[in-house]
Write a protein that binds this ligand. Structure first.
Ligand code: SAM
Length: 267
């Protein structure tokens, strides 16, 4: 494929050129005919064309690059079920009157991939408007998302992602499958909203708890725990929490319990 615009680094424009990989991505999950599908950052539409093969009822493309969105509008002008929105995905987009059970695809721009994911997790209404997310990340970011405690990669992103989403790793993608080729390889992950989750009323509280407890990865959590709770020892006892542990040694569930407690005591 020939690209007619200089790729913009600032928009993470590394376009997929390997047709086998594109086929693998759209077939990673069984997607019902007549689904509504959203694609984040469609670029020149290489993934989009394959998504159309899934016979969606509606396909919504959200592309920040104005010139690319004009290109896409022209390219798909003959298809009534495609809507191109020239917008930043990080801005508020109202999907409410679109549909339920939306599938979201995205070969996400590297520089905003974690922001996009966390914004889709930390929304007020749960279960959310989407049924599944099929996203490509820089390999190192994917490793952080799926990490378990007691590993180097485990951190805030792992805790926050696993709170509300079941995450599946599918396969890795070589940097050679893109043009221009990025410096690192990628990984395809998919996410499904959990129905049974720890009830944290305001997701911001999980953000606060993880930010404070992970602010010093190498140190025991006792000092940071005091920043969260005045009566830190009695809360720790109640939660059966050993304050001598380092944040990376605590399983995700413990962070959720701490966030629930924090919420109760700060209400
Ligand atoms: N899906 C295409 C592919 O696989 O070839 C392009 C993927 S490229 C990694 C990321 C795309 O996201 C680019 O088209 C870029 O212009 C677009 N993009 C970057 N930042 C964006 C944002 N904040 N909102 C929406 N689209 C964005």
């Amino acid at each position: 494929m020939r690209f007619f615009l200089a790729p913009k680094k600032s928009l993470g424009q590394n376009f997929l050129i390997d047709q086998n990989i594109i086929n693998k991505i759209v077939n990673v999950k069984k997607i019902k005919k007549n689904s509504t599908i959203v694609e984040i950052g469609p670029g020149y539409g290489s993934l989009t064309k394959k998504i159309l093969g899934l016979n969606p009822k509606k396909l919504i493309l959200i592309e920040k690059d104005k010139k690319l969105s004009i290109f896409l509008k022209k390219q798909f002008a003959h298809l009534k079920n495609i809507k191109v929105i020239n917008q930043d995905i990080l801005n508020e987009i109202n999907y409410n009157n679109v549909d339920n059970n939306i599938i979201v695809f995205g070969n996400l721009p590297y520089n905003i991939s974690t922001k996009v994911l966390t914004s889709l997790i930390l929304i007020k209404k749960w279960p959310p408007w989407y049924e599944s997310l099929i996203f490509m990340f820089q390999k190192e970011v994917a490793d952080r998302i799926i990490a378990k405690h007691n590993t180097k990669q485990f951190g805030r992103l792992s805790v926050i992602s696993n709170w509300r989403l079941d995450v599946t790793k599918h396969f890795e993608i070589s940097k050679n499958c893109f043009s221009p080729s990025p410096k690192v390889n990628s990984t395809l992950l998919s996410f499904k909203p959990k129905s049974n989750i720890y009830k944290i009323k305001n997701p911001e509280n999980l953000e606060i708890v993880t930010r404070i407890l992970f602010s010093n990865r190498r140190k025991m959590i006792n000092k940071n725990f005091k920043k969260l709770f005045k009566n830190s020892y009695s809360v720790a006892e109640e939660l059966d929490l050993d304050l001598k542990k380092r944040p990376g040694e605590l399983a995700s569930e413990i962070f959720y319990k701490i966030a629930v407690k924090y919420e109760q005591l700060t209400e």
